[in-house]
Structures are given as C-alpha cells and as structure tokens.
Design a protein around this ligand. Structure first.
Ligand SMILES: NC(=O)C1=CN([C@@H]2O[C@H](COP(=O)(O)OP(=O)(O)OC[C@H]3O[C@@H](n4cnc5c(N)ncnc54)[C@H](O)[C@@H]3O)[C@@H](O)[C@H]2O)C=CC1
Ligand SMILES: O=C1O[C@H](COP(=O)(O)O)[C@@H](O)[C@H](O)[C@H]1O
Length: 256
C-alpha cells in the first residue's frame, strides 16, 4: 500500500501497538479522539469518528483504512455502541466511498461470536486437546450488545464491498494484553494476540489482495478455538507467538 493509510483509534491500545511497530512502513494519517501528547510523527486529526466533518479531511487521498475507533467494552451500553461503533463504522465506509478508498481493515471481535462458547462446550473448548474451531465462515453469534455492534460492523463492510467494491478484512481480534498472556484465564490464553502478532496481522491485511474476508486475530496458541487457516492462506499471516510459551513473567523455552 503506497497511498496514505488512515488509522482510527490511534490513541488506543491496539492503535498504539500497530502504529509504534509499523510507524516507518506506511504514510499514516492518524485519527485520535482527543489531542495526543506527545504529538505523533504523522499528520493527525481529532474528533468523533461518527462525525463526517471530522472524518472527511482525515480520509482524503487515503488508500486504506484500519478502523479501530469505538467503544471496546464488552458491557458497553446500547446507546454507546450505536453511536461509537455502528454509526462510526458507517461513517468510515460512507466517506471511504466518497474518497475512493480501496481497502478497509475492520477491528471486529471475539465477542461477535461469543455465544458459540456455550455451557456445553466450555471450558473444554479452551483447552489444547479440544478440536472445536471457528473458522470465520460461521455466522456471527454475539454474546452481548458490544458483540452485536461488531457483527453489524462486519455486515456494513459486506454491503460496501458488494455495492462499491471496497476490499474488506474483518479481523476478529481475540485478546490483546499489555504484555504477556493472562495467567489463570483459560479463555484469555486461548484467544491471546501478542503485540508483535497484532502489528503483523494488520500489516498483512494492508498488503494482501482479497475481496471480503473475515479472519481471526490470535497468536498461534496451543489452546485455541479459532482457526488461523484463513488468515494464513489469504493474508500470509505467520504468527510467531504462543501463549503456552510464557510463564507469566517471560518467554520460556518449551521442551520438544
Ligand atoms: N484490545 C482487545 O483485546 C480487542 C480490541 N478489539 C477492538 O479493537 C479496537 C481498539 O480497541 P482497544 O485499542 O483495545 O481499545 P481502546 O479503548 O484502547 O482504543 C479505542 C480508541 O478509540 C477511541 N474512540 C472511541 N470512541 C471514539 C469515537 N466515537 N470517535 C473517535 N475515537 C473514538 C478511544 O478514545 C480510544 O483511543 C476496538 O474497536 C475494539 O472493539 C476487538 C477485540 C479485542
Ligand atoms: O473485544 C474485546 O475482547 C477483549 C477480550 O475479551 P474478554 O471478554 O476476555 O475481556 C476485551 O478485553 C476487549 O475489551 C474487547 O474490546
């Protein structure tokens, strides 16, 4: 991607993870909610992602968008997800059409499919010896209103792909922690996405050719209930981390 790339939610956890690691690789445009400090090295904009007057100048002349801005809380209330997540994502796509954007990478979530984690399947599905896998071809099955907003974001992308030809990659992100995988949280270990793998999968999604894709964004954990096949095949994703290789403090060498 030689054209500028707009990163929304640039000040957040995922945004900083992506920007810090790929800072020199793209001609970034950054959308922050509020004034960033210190100022970033690339042109930036501030405001509400659902506000066309905020987004229009930010998306001008952009070739691709990584859309992260939104309310990430799993218990986010309806009014918030309607505004920040659903209306915000609609605004991004609507102005992407206007600006001639070729590709949108959308931060979807494990919570778009959270209701697959039924009482009958859990906690066994979180364990390394269990072979249950979601692969991205299943229909969304949200477990909360936040999950509804992510499933809706995927569907908004489907419309803008079919109607306007925008290439869309929904990354159903698992669990990005500050540093190491969570300890004593089987589910968290199963859907852990390391910071390096997080930057890498977003880089892959900017580089690869596809039409409309939904992939899972997790590291190559021994415990997993999401398939990585589609991300590997379509995006060229090569995860390097595995939650099993951390003991809570640091990477440990596992015996063969
Ligand atoms: N961190 C994780 O483990 C996961 C994150 N995600 C998704 O990834 C995206 C980023 O999440 P995080 O970085 O963890 O959250 P975060 O809260 O750290 O970052 C989100 C950013 O978006 C901004 N924002 C929120 N509403 C906005 C609005 N209306 N207009 C402009 N900016 C707005 C916030 O100020 C914040 O800087 C979110 O869409 C979230 O749903 C999905 C799955 C897992
Ligand atoms: O989508 C998200 O998922 C992560 C992981 O989910 P959790 O239920 O294990 O907490 C969550 O931490 C993050 O806030 C959310 O945006």
């Amino acid at each position: 991607m030689d054209d500028p790339v707009l990163l929304t939610g640039a000040g957040g956890h995922v945004g900083q993870t992506v920007y810090e690691r790929l800072k020199d690789d793209y001609d970034w445009r950054l959308l922050y909610h509020t004034q960033p400090s210190p100022e970033p090295d690339h042109p930036y904009f501030t405001g509400e992602v659902q506000d066309t007057d905020t987004v229009r100048p930010a998306i001008e002349d952009v070739g691709a968008v990584i859309h992260l801005a939104g309310d990430p809380r799993r218990d986010a209330p309806w009014r918030s997800v309607i505004s920040n997540n659903i209306d915000g994502t609609h605004t991004i796509y609507e102005l992407a059409v206007e600006a001639g954007v070729e590709k949108v990478v959308f931060a979807s979530s494990n919570h778009a499919v959270g209701a697959f984690e039924t009482d009958e399947r859990t906690p066994e599905m979180y364990r390394a010896d269990d072979d249950f896998r979601l692969d991205g071809t299943e229909r969304p099955r949200p477990g909360n209103k936040y999950g509804i907003s992510k499933a809706t974001g995927e569907t908004i992308g489907r419309y803008y792909h079919d109607e306007y030809g925008i290439a869309v990659c929904n990354i159903r992100i698992g669990n990005l922690n500050e540093d190491h995988p969570p300890i004593d949280y089987e589910r968290g270990q199963a859907m852990w996405l390391s910071t390096e793998d997080c930057a890498h999968i977003h880089d892959c999604a900017l580089q690869a050719d596809y039409g409309y894709e939904t992939v899972y964004g997790i590291s190559d954990n021994d415990r997993k209930y999401y398939s990585l096949e589609r991300a590997k095949e379509v995006l060229g994703y090569e995860p390097r981390d595995n939650s099993a290789h951390f003991d809570g403090d640091e990477r440990v060498v596992k015996p063969d």
